[in-house]
Each structure stands twice: as structure tokens, then as C-alpha cells.
Design a protein around this ligand. Structure first.
Ligand SMILES: C[S@@+](CC[C@H](N)C(=O)[O-])C[C@H]1O[C@@H](n2cnc3c(N)ncnc32)[C@H](O)[C@@H]1O
Length: 248
């Protein structure tokens, strides 16, 4: 997994993503599915530094966060008193009680790099969601992402948080040995008085998906798609899928 989610880098992630991502809009977007299906209890997987948790809490919803990284959870807890965050792996978790909605946000599905990872995750979702409940998750669209990174060798994102200017320079290499994977090198800088200082250097391998692949994974794992949304986010073209357990 990306080193970005560990130790002091989790705080850098938090600072940068707060300007990349409009979390109010992100909350409204996922909450619309939750309301549409009258879901009372919500699990967010890849809850990160708790930016969506904050919105769910402000709206007095029954929300739990789950994330792999202790450092991300530590920041999420600091931001949100009285919210439950579980350290866990989306590929293998068991809640005490099934929930009505499970959301996987912020392209956290990119870390499911093998087919086994995806099948295990969908099996865990199946076991932890109620019969009428919904799952909703996004993924990076391989068909648009791969041509984009082939055209753009260096992709720069800038952010400002609490008076500090940040730059991220990303470079992606496509590897198709197993699936559609990308090796992502990212360098993070602060820019102060015209001086650029490297503060973090991150490397991770992530997976991008075609829509057909995801449709088939859901079919095999007994989910029925009820909505597919073509959605641009701050840097990527994604699809968002809303699905339910197949009715027997
Ligand atoms: C790109 S961040 C998104 C965080 C948050 N949803 C947001 O939008 O700011 C991906 C998150 O997924 C978490 N993650 C990665 N693999 C995971 C796994 N197998 N199980 C649970 N969480 C995982 C990381 O620790 C990280 O917090």
C-alpha cells in the first residue's frame, strides 16, 4: 500500500486532499444513494482521515469508518469525537451487525490489485450488508486513465492548506503483466517564498478497471447493479457503482 498513508505522511495526505476533494459535494453525492434507499446505518471503507465521517456525524447519522492504516485512523479520530473507526482490511472484516449501506470512497478500490483481492472484498461486503441494503463504490476508469497518463508524463497538482502551498508531481507507468496496473511515483513539495522543498516521496502500485470487469466481478459475487454513474473527480475519470444483493 502507498506509504502516503503511514506516519507523518498521513498528515500530508490530509492537508493536500482537503483542497483536492470537495468533501461537502462528496458527502452529498454518496448520501443521496443512502437516502434514496432509506439506509439507516452506514459503513465507510477507506475512511481515511475522517473528512466524510465529519459530515455524517454533523447530520447525526449512524456511521462507522473502517481503514487499514492506523495513522489515517488516528487523524480521523482526532477530527471526530464519538465516532467509531475500526482498523481493518476490506478484504476480510466482520461487523457485529450488518449495515444498510457500505460505501468505498476516494478510489480506495485502486488498492485491490489482484482478482482475489476483489473477490474477497465483495464477499466481505456481501456478508456485512443487509438484504435490502446497498453498496456504493468508485473506481478509476482504465479506458480513459491509461491514454491520459501515456500522453502526460508528469502531472502536477497544486493545493493550499492553512497558508501552505503544496505541489504534487506524479508520474505513472502502465504495467499490464497481470491486470491493468499503474506504478505511481509521486513527489510532494511545499512552496515557501519561491523555494520548493521536497517533503515526501511516495511509490505505489494501483489498479485501474474497465467497467465490464467490475460488472462481471459483481455478477460473480451475487450483486445486482442498480446504478452506474460516470463521474469526474479532481484528477481522474471514475465510475461509481451502486449495487444490491441479488434477490434469490
Ligand atoms: C485514496 S485514500 C481515500 C481516503 C478517503 N476515502 C478520502 O477520500 O479522503 C485510500 C484509503 O484506503 C485505505 N485502504 C487501502 N487499502 C485498504 C484495505 N485493504 N482495507 C481498508 N482500507 C484500505 C488507505 O489506508 C487510505 O486511507
Amino acid at each position: 500500500m502507498a506509504t502516503l498513508y503511514h506516519g507523518k505522511m498521513a498528515a500530508i495526505y490530509d492537508a493536500m486532499y482537503q483542497t483536492f476533494v470537495d468533501y461537502d459535494e462528496e458527502y452529498e453525492f454518496y448520501n443521496s444513494f443512502i437516502q434514496e434507499h432509506n439506509c439507516k446505518s452506514i459503513l465507510e471503507i477507506g475512511s481515511g482521515t475522517g473528512n466524510l465521517a465529519k459530515r455524517f456525524k454533523e447530520h447525526h447519522q449512524d456511521y462507522t469508518g473502517l481503514d487499514y492504516s492506523e495513522s489515517m485512523i488516528a487523524i480521523a479520530r482526532e477530527r471526530n469525537n464519538n465516532v467509531t473507526f475500526i482498523q481493518g482490511d476490506m478484504r476480510d472484516f466482520n461487523l457485529e451487525k450488518q449495515v444498510d449501506a457500505i460505501i468505498i470512497t476516494g478510489r480506495s478500490t485502486s488498492y485491490l490489485t489482484t482478482n482475489e483481492d476483489i473477490n474477497e472484498t465483495l464477499a466481505s461486503l456481501f456478508n456485512n450488508i443487509s438484504d435490502e441494503g446497498i453498496i456504493a463504490f468508485d473506481f478509476i476508469d482504465a479506458n480513459r486513465f491509461i491514454p491520459y497518463i501515456n500522453k502526460n508524463q508528469k502531472i502536477i497538482h497544486q493545493a493550499q492548506h492553512e497558508g501552505i502551498n503544496y505541489t504534487r508531481e506524479s508520474h505513472w507507468e502502465t504495467t499490464t503483466a497481470d491486470n491493468f496496473m499503474v506504478d505511481w511515483t509521486a513527489k510532494y513539495y511545499t512552496n515557501l517564498n519561491g523555494k520548493k522543498d521536497l517533503i515526501a516521496d511516495d511509490f505505489s502500485t494501483v489498479r485501474v478497471f474497465t467497467l465490464n470487469e467490475i460488472q462481471l466481478f459483481l455478477y460473480i459475487n451475487n450483486f445486482e447493479i442498480i446504478k452506474t454513474v460516470d463521474r469526474k473527480t479532481y484528477a481522474y475519470d471514475t465510475y461509481v457503482i451502486v449495487a444490491q444483493k441479488k434477490k434469490s
